[in-house]
Design a protein around this ligand. Structure first.
Ligand code: PGA
Length: 250
């Protein structure tokens, strides 16, 4: 059985005061029935990890460099994330693919570095609205999977997040059948590529405008093992009911 995962992506939001939201989450979920991951900006990872030291909430980064160290001004390596208390890192988010020109090859190199450093790589993929309208969604996902996911992946060090670009931050979501189609497709591809333990064990999250009022319906879709939540993860009062909805679907 795959343990469900509620992951929060704070993006470029959060100052020291935001750690209060994390403390509220810790208090609200003393013994969670699902895995919880919060990915604050890199500046808060160390303090966030300290907040959760006595609690099962994991802390993750939002990107890392593919190299272990070197002359890469402004970048952070997987080893540095691990050293500051992170257990995971989001990679290949569409905002990084878009804003920073990251290709799937780049994402695979970063994921390999993350896994080698002992981090769980949360690899994001998803289609644009134009690609969906052109009925290219599954081809896009197949290509992103083939190139972004390293061979070194296991059920423990890989999570896939299906995030349609048009659903991120827009309030729009695919319907249950559309989510189910992509998640089933990803599962089949994983099973075809990896050993059964890996193919069946890797968790597949849905991401894009997950909110307290749509979480239940999304979590009922087969092969949805949790969510990657952006805006609604910033406040414990929004993220907490999403975690609770995932717990009741588990
Ligand atoms: P959103 O973002 O929940 O604000 O749509 C999701 C994401 O980008 O991971």
């Amino acid at each position: 059985m795959r343990r469900k995962l509620a992951a929060g992506n704070w993006k470029m939001n959060g100052l020291t005061a935001s750690l209060g939201e994390l403390r509220s989450l810790v208090t609200a979920h003393p013994d969670p029935m699902v895995d919880i991951l919060v990915c604050p900006p890199a500046t808060l990872i160390s303090q966030a990890a300290q907040c959760c030291a006595e609690h099962p909430i994991g802390i993750g980064g939002q990107d890392c460099h593919a190299e272990r160290a070197g002359a890469h001004t402004g970048d952070v390596s997987a080893e540095m994330l691990k050293d500051s208390g992170a257990c995971a890192v989001i990679l290949g988010h569409s905002e990084r693919r878009g804003d920073h020109g990251e290709t799937s090859d780049t994402v695979r190199a970063k994921a390999r570095a993350a896994q080698a450093a002992g981090l769980m790589a949360v690899i994001c993929m998803g289609e644009s609205l134009a690609q969906r309208d052109a009925a290219n969604t599954l081809d896009i996902i197949a290509a992103q999977m083939a190139l972004s996911i390293p061979d070194s992946s296991t059920a423990e060090n890989l999570v896939i997040a299906y995030e349609p670009i048009w659903a991120i931050g827009t309030g729009l979501t695919p319907d249950a059948a559309q989510i189910g189609e992509v998640h089933d497709f990803i599962r089949t591809r994983l099973e075809r590529r990896f050993d059964p333990g890996v193919g069946r064990g890797v968790r597949i999250l849905y991401g894009g405008s997950v909110k307290p009022d749509n979480a239940d319906a999304i979590f009922r879709v087969p092969n949805v093992d949790g969510a990657l939540v952006g805006g609604a993860s910033l406040k414990a009062g929004d993220f907490s009911p999403i975690i609770a909805a995932l717990e009741s679907s588990a």
